[in-house]
Write a protein that binds this ligand. Structure first.
Ligand SMILES: Cc1ncc(COP(=O)(O)O)c(C=O)c1O
Length: 311
């Protein structure tokens, strides 16, 4: 089968068993590899859903401008899909994102507006809102847009169940909460006992794409009642687990995937058996500027990374 265009090729990513990571033979780990999407992350799914919905209800017309705050994946997904659908794209982003991100945005033809590093993604969200109101642009609003959750309910969740009908635990990073809400709801419909576990950066630490609820901003689309637990992960643990993924499974994934693997190892301590699905949100390319694969932090080392801003 061929696809009519690149947007059509979003999703249907592989689910791969991690046969060398689980410490218990009766606990099986399966990873959903979202790096297989056209721009290399899960965000292709939600951007497609949000744009197509805005087109359907007439909020978006040919030649319009779309604006969004993003520290990486959503911005790149919007730049690609906006370009393909002929919209102008503007991304508001903090100055301390990895340099690969604004470069990729430029390649895809999106305009970038910076906010100071210390103002962070919260300020970027405010600026994107202000610009949308001033200029009459469409704000995509991934943190508040129900189409974000719906995209995962409609695609990511059913894909996982088609490949693995019995899911006992699902673990994903918490950014907007869209993945956890959409996939979580779908998996619990299939198995009400399924445990949905969120991965957050340890308060005071930063992990690309993930946010701490302790910073006081709870995304409007997030319903904490759907979660069965959350695990706080420090940056150096995420870095080390990302390198372990390459060493043990030959998987080149992003840092939040390492955080998810670290969390899965913690969950397994309390589990005798079961299928654990780990959501790996992106591939490793954007993080090559770190030396996490060539010299990963050793056990007991790297505490200082906890204070570093990595997104
Ligand atoms: C690398 C990475 N991991 C995980 C997430 C979390 O996904 P969600 O926004 O669905 O909670 C994001 C999203 O921002 C991300 O960019």
């Amino acid at each position: 089968m061929h696809h009519l265009n690149l947007i059509d090729a979003i999703g249907r990513t592989p689910l791969v068993e991690l046969r060398n990571c689980s410490p218990k033979p009766e606990v099986r780990f399966f990873a959903k590899l979202e790096g297989g999407n056209p721009t290399g992350s899960l965000k292709d799914r939600i951007v497609r859903a949000m744009l197509l919905e805005a087109e359907r209800d007439g909020r978006l017309k040919p030649g319009d401008t779309v604006v969004e705050a993003s520290t990486g994946n959503t911005g790149i997904a919007l730049a690609m899909i906006g370009r393909a659908l002929r919209y102008d794209v503007r991304i508001v982003t903090p100055e301390n994102v990895f340099p690969e991100i604004p470069r990729a945005l430029e390649v895809y033809g999106a305009a970038v507006e910076w906010v100071p590093a210390e103002a962070g993604v919260r300020r970027a969200i405010e600026v994107a809102k202000e610009r949308a109101a001033q200029e009459g642009w469409l704000l995509l609003d991934q943190f508040g847009n129900p189409a974000n959750v719906q995209a995962h309910y409609d695609t990511t969740g059913p894909e996982i169940l088609a490949d693995l009908p019995q899911v006992d635990v699902f673990i994903a990073g918490l950014g907007t909460g869209g993945t956890l809400m959409g996939v979580g709801r779908r998996l619990k419909e299939a198995n009400p006992q399924a445990q949905i576990i969120a991965v957050e950066p340890h308060p005071g630490t930063q992990l690309q794409g993930l946010k701490s609820l302790a910073d006081g901003f709870v995304p409007p689309i997030l319903d904490l009642n759907l979660l069965d637990g959350k695990i706080l992960v420090r940056s150096h643990h995420a870095f080390r687990a990302t390198a372990e993924l390459m060493r043990r499974e030959s998987i080149f994934a992003g840092i939040s995937s390492g955080a998810v693997l670290h969390a899965a190892l913690k969950v397994t301590q309390r589990l005798d058996s079961g299928n654990v699905v780990l959501l790996f949100a992106d591939s490793g390319w954007k993080y090559l500027g770190t030396n996490l694969w060539t010299s990963p932090p050793k056990p007991g080392e790297g505490e200082e990374l906890d204070d570093t801003i990595w997104w």
